[in-house]
Write a protein that binds this ligand. Structure first.
Ligand code: 13P
Ligand code: SF4
Length: 335
């Protein structure tokens, strides 16, 4: 007879997660904390995760902070509450540790916009160019990359490259255009974008600002240029969070995934945070990939140590070089 776990494991390939009913009377916070201790596991969570997951995590951060933590942790198991490329990055940095992702189908539209075979052909058209890739890429793209970057360190990474060295920047065209403006460097750009950050409506934001004249507009550099032009502050998720903590303003319109607002409200309970409105009526400022992770899936993945992120040795060996290079430059820049 097939056991519940055998059945769930068989369906893992189709569903991307362990599809097992969880006893609704279980205190999941207590269970997850118990499993953390029992298995010497650490939970790393991105700011775009649901509030419960952020609250149970050992470390919450942006893409750079999460990679730094994955490189330095002494835990035996890294449970990555984020999306697939983030868990792959953790695996490349800590290849001997078990890296778990509650739902393997938690992908990323930016990463999907840059398939390795197409990017390889694109790269061949620009001989002599150095490749800088945003960390939101597959492990295979990282094997074709010279230096990775995140939105926290992208300016410093570009500025570390000699001015006469031509650059290909992939895959986010919005971040690429922002970097060209910020650094004055001309770069060849791959045409990818984030489905969440390209949805904000400049018109609706303008109307919102009329109703909240003292509110500051803060935006992630993955947003389109017409939104960034109007922003009072542009930064990575950590950059935006820190800005709201130090700013004297008490109202902010937040143009990034709405999950970050949980930490903003916790850090500055007396301030007001308004999610920037999308171009239509859906809740599109929530990333459907990030939100595939739930507390139940987190619990199941820790209990059964599945699904696990596995990468071929050559991908780890070749891909990690671009991440190591990024971490070295970041450390030198004090980031
Ligand atoms: P950061 O957290 O590095 O700012 O990145 C935002 C993002 O979209 C992650 O997928
Ligand atoms: Fe990818 Fe955008 Fe979701 Fe971040 S918010 S994981 S860039 S789709």
């Amino acid at each position: 007879m097939t056991t519940e776990l055998e059945f769930a494991t068989e369906s893992l390939e189709k569903n991307g997660f362990l599809d097992i009913d969880v006893d609704p009377t279980l205190d999941l916070f207590e269970e997850i904390n118990r499993l953390k201790k029992e298995k010497n596991a650490i939970i790393l969570a991105h700011y775009y995760q649901e509030p419960d997951i952020q609250d149970i995590a050992d470390f919450i951060g942006d893409s750079l902070g999460l990679s730094q933590e994955a490189a330095r942790t002494e835990a035996d198991i890294i449970v990555f509450a984020g999306v697939h490329f983030m868990a792959e990055t953790a695996k490349m940095l800590s290849p001997h540790k078990k890296v778990l992702l509650p739902d393997l189908k938690a992908g990323c539209s930016l990463s999907d916009a840059c398939p390795a075979p197409l990017f390889k052909k694109f790269k061949e058209k620009y001989p002599g160019h150095i490749v800088v890739s945003y960390v939101n890429t597959s492990a295979e793209i990282k094997t074709l990359t010279d230096i990775c970057c995140t939105s926290t360190n992208a300016v410093q990474i570009i500025e570390s490259i000699p001015r006469d060295q031509p650059i290909i920047f992939a895959p986010d065209i919005n971040l690429g255009r922002y970097l060209i403006k910020k650094t004055g460097r001309d770069m060849v750009l791959w045409n990818g974008s984030c489905m969440v950050h390209e949805i904000f409506s400049a018109e609706k934001i303008a109307k919102l600002r009329m109703r909240h004249p003292n509110a500051l507009l803060i935006a992630h550099p993955e947003c389109e240029a017409h939104i960034l032009e109007k922003a009072d502050f542009i930064g990575s998720t950590t950059g935006l969070l820190k800005f709201t903590m130090r700013s004297e303003a008490t109202e902010f319109i937040v143009a990034t995934e709405a999950g970050i607002i949980h930490q903003m409200e916790k850090s500055s309970p007396h301030k007001t945070f308004i999610p920037a409105p999308p171009d239509n009526t859906c809740a599109c400022n929530e990333c459907p990939h990030m939100k595939r992770n739930t507390l139940e899936k987190l619990y199941l993945c820790m209990k059964y140590e599945l699904p696990e992120v596995i990468l071929p040795d050559w991908v780890i060996r070749e891909g990690v070089k671009s991440i190591d290079r990024m971490l070295e430059i970041s450390a030198k820049a004090g980031l």
